[in-house]
Design a protein around this ligand. Structure first.
Ligand code: SF4
Length: 413
């Protein structure tokens, strides 16, 4: 199960082809420590939730290689963001590798308790854009509808860790009637994103109630669900859930995978069930140090996503969430990865790199520079190979005419 990000690109910044091929293989998560569990239980999402790894004692028993930093972090986790890992996802961790990219995402570390002065508990300014508790109305025509503070497993860099898992006492209590009423009274809202926490933790019936209510609002054109459950708990993507979701189209889903190893055969099958139910799928990754901030890792991730019928949608620069410095990587590294993708692989495989502007400025796209200059009569651009081209254009931006126009002499009568 070797992790590893080392040696992941050659001197020209191209992916290492051998490593890329290896990372693109699909494997099952296996049974790991749970070989005695009956097949029916293992494949049951409620069994997976009930048997999550949630205590330091469980973690120590399953992973005797816990480092002092992880031990101390786990001891304190329940005062900040709880520890929870589904048995299925736990099996993706390589206990022999301290730098395992799966481990770094879900095992707490003591560094989480160190906060820099520029870090925040609400880095996207969600609470200040909340007209009704549990509803974030940041952009004119769409809202973020937070439905729960619980997830199948908890990501140590979670931008919503102030409320998710309720370890720090936020006490999130969504009031669906008030949230839905606000949407009903606001005709500008045409797009509703259900998120949390993870909406797919709800029973089919409870989730369907929300979808039905929202579908009943005439100006709501488009529904989305943001969920990491296809990755943490693919067993939840049952045929019954998919049959229910397909009744509420157009319904899109944004999943959240960060490393190609998260795309197992179980996940591929779950995503196929969603795609077969007509749910368009996109992926949002967070750029994380030691997880996916390498060219080859990101190439493998985006290629595997397309094989799973998922469009790589966004790559986020890690938000300035308190205690996340050990997982943040530089913007320039993100730009280098984007540069290695654009033009070098299918356009469908290229996500948009964004920074959520600290404090609530919204998503800002960040791109390598391809327009070199704009002057009277020409725009100078470069392509993915560094070759330079000119595009003719009038100073005011209108297209230039093809060339001098000859005016015919009028015939004399
Ligand atoms: S699944 Fe999403 S909401 Fe839940 S902990 Fe991870 S990033 Fe946060």
């Amino acid at each position: 199960m070797g992790s590893n990000n080392s040696g992941s690109e050659d001197e020209a910044g191209e992916p290492d082809q051998r490593l890329l091929a290896k990372l693109k293989e699909f494997h099952g998560a296996g049974r790991g420590f749970w070989t005695d569990v009956p097949e029916a239980d293992w494949n049951n999402w409620q069994w997976q939730l009930k048997n999550r790894v949630v205590t330091l004692a469980q973690l120590q028993r399953l992973m005797p290689t816990l480092t002092p930093e992880e031990y101390a972090g786990t001891e304190l986790a329940n005062t900040k963001l709880a520890l929870a890992i589904t048995p299925y996802f736990f099996n993706l961790i390589d206990p022999a590798d301290e730098q395992c990219p799966i481990r770094r995402q879900v095992i707490p570390r003591i560094e989480e308790t160190r906060t820099a002065s520029w870090e925040m508990s609400d880095p996207c300014g969600e609470d200040s854009h909340s007209p009704v508790s549990g509803l974030v109305h940041r952009y004119p025509d769409r809202v973020l509808f937070l439905v729960t503070d619980r997830c199948a497993s908890y990501c140590r860099y979670c931008t919503r860790s102030r409320l998710v898992s309720n370890a720090s006492g936020y006490d999130f209590h969504p009031q669906f009637d008030r949230q839905i009423d606000y949407i009903r009274r606001t005709p500008a809202i045409r797009d509703v994103l259900l998120s949390g926490g993870d909406p797919l933790l709800f029973s089919d019936e409870k989730l369907e109630y929300l979808l039905r209510e929202l579908r009943g609002i005439k100006h709501v054109e488009f529904l989305r669900i943001g969920s990491r459950i296809p990755i943490f708990l693919p067993q939840r993507i049952t045929p019954q859930l998919c049959a229910m979701l397909r009744r509420y189209h157009p319904l899109f889903m944004s999943i959240h995978a960060n490393h190609p190893r998260e795309l197992t055969t179980e996940v591929r099958d779950a995503l196929a069930r969603l795609a077969d139910a007509g749910v368009p799928l996109g992926n949002q990754s967070v750029l994380l140090k030691g997880v996916n901030d390498e060219v080859t890792i990101m190439h493998a991730l985006v290629h595997k996503l397309l094989m799973c019928r998922v469009k790589p949608y966004y790559v986020y620069q890690c938000d300035l969430i308190s205690g996340s410095a050990h997982l943040r990587t530089s913007v320039s590294k993100g730009l280098r990865i984007m540069e290695s993708l654009r033009g070098h692989t299918s356009g469908y495989a290229v996500p948009q790199f964004v920074i959520d502007a600290p404090g609530g400025g919204g998503k800002v796209p960040v791109n390598p520079e391809y327009v070199l200059s704009r002057a009277a009569g020409r725009v100078v651009i470069r392509n993915f190979e560094g070759k330079i081209f000119e595009y003719p254009e009038a100073e005011d931006g209108t297209p230039l005419l093809a060339g001098p126009v000859e005016i015919e002499e009028p015939e004399l009568v």
